[in-house]
Ligand binder design. Sequence first.
Ligand SMILES: Nc1ncnc2c1ncn2[C@@H]1O[C@H](COP(=O)(O)OP(=O)(O)O)[C@@H](O)[C@H]1O
Ligand SMILES: [Mg+2]
Length: 279
Amino acid sequence: MITMNNFHFKYAGSDCFALQNINLTIKEGEFVGVIGNSGAGKSTLTYAINGVIPHHYHGDFYGDVSVDGMSTVEVTPEQLSACVGSVFQDIDGQMVASVVEDELLFGLENFGFVREEITQRIDDALATMGIADLRYRSICTLSGGQKQKVALAAILALKPRILVLDEPTGELDPQSSGQIFTMLRELNQTYGITVVVVEQKIMLLCEYVKRLIVMGEGSILLDGEVHEVLEHSKEMEAVGIHIPRVATLANLLIDKGLYLGRLPRNLDEAEAMVREVMA
Ligand SMILES: Nc1ncnc2c1ncn2[C@@H]1O[C@H](COP(=O)(O)OP(=O)(O)O)[C@@H](O)[C@H]1O
Ligand SMILES: [Mg+2]
């Protein structure tokens, strides 16, 4: 679905590469989290998937990036956006309308759908996000969490096969953050949408995503199933990512030879681990 081969990118006017030697394959239906400190290249990676690079941001582009079999350099941004839906880090900058319904309408009209199809898609997208009641609300009166849901609904209405989100919970409290991730998991599981989400909160990623990519200084440092990646706690700490305490505890127990199982991803799994060790 998404492949990058020896991909390097340097923004025009910058003297260092924002991304270097990226080799990545994401298959259809995967749910992938991306973490890394500020400036690691996470947003740049999302731009490479949705075609913002090279179509909006120019620079030195080496290697190949293809999405759904299309080389992103060769296709138009319109062709790509029929397949990839993006939620950007700056959510307010992404909103184009002042009323929720119009926000959804805008994208659909751009794609030239007929009236009935548009109405149906708006109904469905609002229902999927559980925000049918916000339909006629003015966007500037919404909370951060509600805006995130509107942005997601506007993207979902276009029925993308890939969803790329850049820190969608950045401004949200833990409860709304969990709701967004629950929604993403549902979209991934129910509709098979491939999800790539940049997120700073490691606990959320551990709880929801299957595969975790750790970035640092423009490179992919670690990439694998969440449990596997958490075993590399020292590498993660070295780039300032603090793995969940339950994973630290598990690594300590493993070092002492007291535990041989998988690393816990959440409190429930940690409880099971502790019970096993005590027994
Ligand atoms: N529009 C831009 N022009 C020039 N350099 C940029 C631009 N956007 C990001 N960069 C640089 O690229 C690197 C990666 O940035 P970014 O992808 O935004 O990282 P992250 O999202 O992980 O914080 C940083 O060194 C940043 O300064
Ligand atoms: Mg960023």
